[in-house]
Design a protein around this ligand. Structure first.
Ligand code: PLP
Ligand code: LYS
Length: 430
């Protein structure tokens, strides 16, 4: 829930990465996204070593959508991981960071002609293809370049992961992928096997996000393996890669108990070996963690700006950020934990709604928080905001997006500077 270096002193003041929240807020302003470097590196390394413990080492393709910037890309590259991108913008950022294109998986249910052309020209390693239309478009674009594109077909295995409906993707009725039903995925496999400029490298299925059980991951891997075996038996084709996506859950709440991703990866690696025909080599496992790498490494610091109590006795504490920097409570009813810096040891807590500054009644960060009495000027720290917060931030109400600062052994580094009012008008026709 909290970053690895989180500490609270006797006065209830919070330190992350050896830096006091107070000092970070004073130096960089609020709202502020803060990442703990140690947590980031340890999470990335944990995944990297988990996939390497196998006769056929796998690849971690970090899911850029969770949180991505050029410095994050450099960190990924320096640790030898790969990347899952879903747009030309993510690919552009990755290449600017020096990520090896061979270790990039290009995902997405829509890829524009420009994105396909650019990805082929830059040598993207794997194309995760989502529709028959995309197969045709990729085949043609690869042909024009006298290339053979490596295709990983995105399949939906019909697995309903127990997570919020908006972040569930493995069911047959999903907008993503080819259903492994009614011959839909079979037609896609045939199309790739018969295409002139495509090579079928393997299968992918991502069943959803924030999954707190082990079973759906194993069921997913088995579904892909069973399907691969059916193609081996029919055509002698066997995958070189199998990609089980991301979705590893994290602790947003004290009683969340996510399974250990390394243990899941180890079990899946042994399933790959078990299902592989004697004459073949086990497929290389690809995992695409996003949230589980960054969520708990990040916090957001806000400043309390107003308080009120409504006639029914409902208390509100309003801060200087909100749905513009964290859309997840409004979009998924996501629940976060928070503390007030300097009051962490207070045992007199009151139920309040922690709300934002945007012109929406739904701009509520934590509907039912239990916080010590807040004063104007207090710094509120919201935990677990490293994933899908900065990445999904907007400039709604023309509020500039916060800076991203990474802390390491008492030193802050700005990864993204704070947006300014001037930035907000730079694209406008003057
Ligand atoms: C194809 C794919 N891979 C990886 C991810 C990353 O998921 P998570 O952040 O839950 O690990 C997603 C997003 O859910 C996804 O759609
Ligand atoms: N953005 C979502 C996860 C969706 C992942 C994309 N497949 C979240 O904040 O939880």
């Amino acid at each position: 829930m909290v970053p690895e270096t989180y500490q609270v002193d006797a006065g209830g003041h919070i330190t992350i990465g050896g830096m006091r929240i107070e000092d970070l807020a004073a130096k960089f302003g609020t709202p502020l996204y803060v990442f703990d470097y140690q947590t980031l590196v340890n999470r990335l390394t944990m995944f990297q070593s988990a996939v390497s413990q196998s006769a056929v080492p796998g690849m971690v393709a970090y899911a850029a959508k969770a949180f991505f910037t050029v410095p994050m890309g450099r960190l990924i590259q320096s640790l030898g991981l790969g990347l899952d991108v879903v747009s030309g913008g993510e690919l552009f950022t990755a290449l600017a960071a020096g990520i090896d294109p061979q270790r990039i998986m290009f995902h997405g249910n829509v890829k524009t002609p420009e994105e396909i052309a650019w990805g082929l020209d830059r040598g993207v390693g794997y194309w995760v293809v989502d529709s028959l239309d995309e197969l045709d478009q990729l085949d043609q674009a690869a042909g024009e370049r006298h290339q053979e594109a490596a295709v990983v077909l995105r399949l939906t295995p019909g697995i309903d992961a127990h997570t919020h409906a908006f972040i569930r993707t493995g069911h047959f009725d999903s907008k993503f992928g080819f259903a492994m039903a009614e011959g839909i995925s079979d037609r896609a496999v045939e199309r790739v096997l018969n295409a002139r400029h495509l090579r079928l490298a393997g299968f992918h299925a991502h069943i959803g996000s924030q999954i707190l059980e082990t079973e759906p991951f194993l069921a997913n891997a088995e579904a892909l393996l069973r399907y691969s075996r059916s193609w081996y038996d029919q055509k002698g084709w066997w995958p070189e890669v199998l990609d089980i996506g991301g979705g590893f859950g994290v602790r947003y709440q004290p009683d969340d108990d996510p399974p250990n991703p390394a243990a899941i990866i180890q079990t899946v690696q042994s399933l790959l070996a078990e299902w592989t025909p004697a004459t073949q080599r086990p497929p290389r496992l690809i995992v695409e963690p996003g949230r589980s790498v960054v969520a708990e490494a990040g916090v957001t610091i806000y400043t309390v700006r107003a308080r009120k109590t409504t006639p029914g006795g409902h208390g509100y504490v309003a801060v200087d950020g909100g749905m513009g920097d964290n859309i997840r409570p409004a979009l998924y009813q996501a629940v976060y934990q928070a503390e007030i810096d300097g009051k962490v040891h207070s045992d007199r807590r009151i139920p309040v709604s922690l709300v934002g500054r945007y012109c929406e009644s739904g701009d509520v960060l934590i509907p039912q928080a239990h916080l010590p009495a807040a004063d104007v000027g207090d710094r509120v720290v919201v935990f677990g905001t490293g994933a899908y917060n900065y990445a999904m931030a907007s400039t709604y109400n023309r509020v500039p997006r916060p800076a991203v600062v990474v802390v390491r052994e008492g030193q802050p580094t700005v990864w993204v500077r704070r947006e300014t009012w001037q930035d907000l008008i730079t694209l406008d026709n003057p």
